[in-house]
Design a protein around this ligand. Structure first.
Ligand SMILES: C[S@@+](CC[C@H](N)C(=O)[O-])C[C@H]1O[C@@H](n2cnc3c(N)ncnc32)[C@H](O)[C@@H]1O
Length: 286
């Protein structure tokens, strides 16, 4: 007979270790990792025996999480809206706050469908393909295009987008999709936006494990958003919408990039569920 460890005490000790290592959500992560090791859902963990082999595997993952490897790199997946995306070293882990921007793009695309037109949607800086795949799966009528500069990130996107019908291209967003100029209904982007000077304030998981190209964007963090504004103006048809995520300290400066260009109307900023400024949207005037 195999005498296993009980899941309750194992989880409590794991959460204590993760909290001591500074992990922001220790109970959640302890449970996610044990569920991953056992191949069950978190709700099935309540009272369970954990065999010696699984306990050893769990301990190894806890050590890596204590060293602040992202949870999603250890499980290999990240939840995003209705999706489970493959993630790992070499690609930015999609964040829950970006689900709101993706939802905005979905709503804009649905509005085009309700006018009897096939929506054309472009996701700039697609990373895992999270936003592009959300639009493609939630608005099946949409024609979705996505671009990513980094070749490793693009490999992850290709894996997630396989079979989705999304047109994925590798390259710099600055010159992307010349064939779509003036034809697009919605341009959406979660670009890099952290100021270089904010290096110290960024969580270890992001600073040490998200690719640098996904994070930093010049002195004020707005370099990439300026490019998004230009590219969106080129790609969109008159009246088309652009939406771009930004840092919580850019609730004025990111909208100012659009307002200052003199070609947008309805420039407005949107807050996330925690009330922090999160993304700017605007409509192309001409
Ligand atoms: C913050 S991550 C966001 C990824 C994804 N959109 C998401 O929300 O999870 C930014 C992504 O932009 C890519 N990127 C940075 N500069 C780019 C450029 N000039 N053209 C295309 N992609 C770029 C990075 O490699 C990274 O994958």
């Amino acid at each position: 007979m195999t005498i296993g460890l009980r899941s309750g005490p194992l989880l409590r000790e794991a959460a204590r270790r993760l909290a001591a290592a500074g992990v922001p959500s220790p109970e959640h992560d302890a449970a996610e990792l044990l569920a991953h090791v056992l191949g069950v859902s978190r709700s099935a963990l309540a009272v369970r025996d954990v065999g010696a082999g699984a306990a050893a595997e769990y301990d190894e993952l806890l050590q890596r999480r204590e060293a602040r490897e992202p949870l999603q790199h250890l499980t290999g997946v990240a939840g995003f809206r209705y999706l489970e995306l493959a993630v790992g070293p070499g690609v930015f882990v999609p964040r829950p706050e970006t689900e709101l921007l993706a939802g905005w793009a979905v709503d804009r695309a649905r509005a085009v469908v309700s006018e009897g037109t096939t929506p054309v949607v472009v996701d700039l800086c697609t990373g895992t393909g999270a936003i592009a795949l959300s639009v493609a799966t939630e608005v099946p009528e949409a024609r979705v295009h996505a671009v990513e500069l980094d070749e490793h990130a693009c490999d992850w996107a290709a894996r997630n987008l396989a079979g989705s019908g999304v047109d994925l291209r590798q390259g710099d967003m600055a010159g992307a999709f010349p064939d779509l100029d003036g034809t697009v209904h919605v341009v959406v982007s979660n670009p890099p936006y952290i100021p270089l000077a904010a290096f110290e304030s960024v969580a270890a998981e992001a600073r040490d494990h998200d690719p640098a190209l996904a994070l930093w964007s010049g002195e004020d963090g707005l370099d990439a958003i300026r490019v998004v504004e230009h590219v969106a103006a080129r790609l969109l048809r008159t009246g088309g919408f652009a939406g771009a995520e930004h840092a919580d300290l850019q609730g004025d400066s990111a909208p100012a990039v659009f307002a200052g260009a003199g070609r947008w109307v309805d420039v407005r900023d949107h807050r996330d569920l925690a009330g922090r400024p999160r993304f700017v949207t605007a409509r192309l005037a001409r």
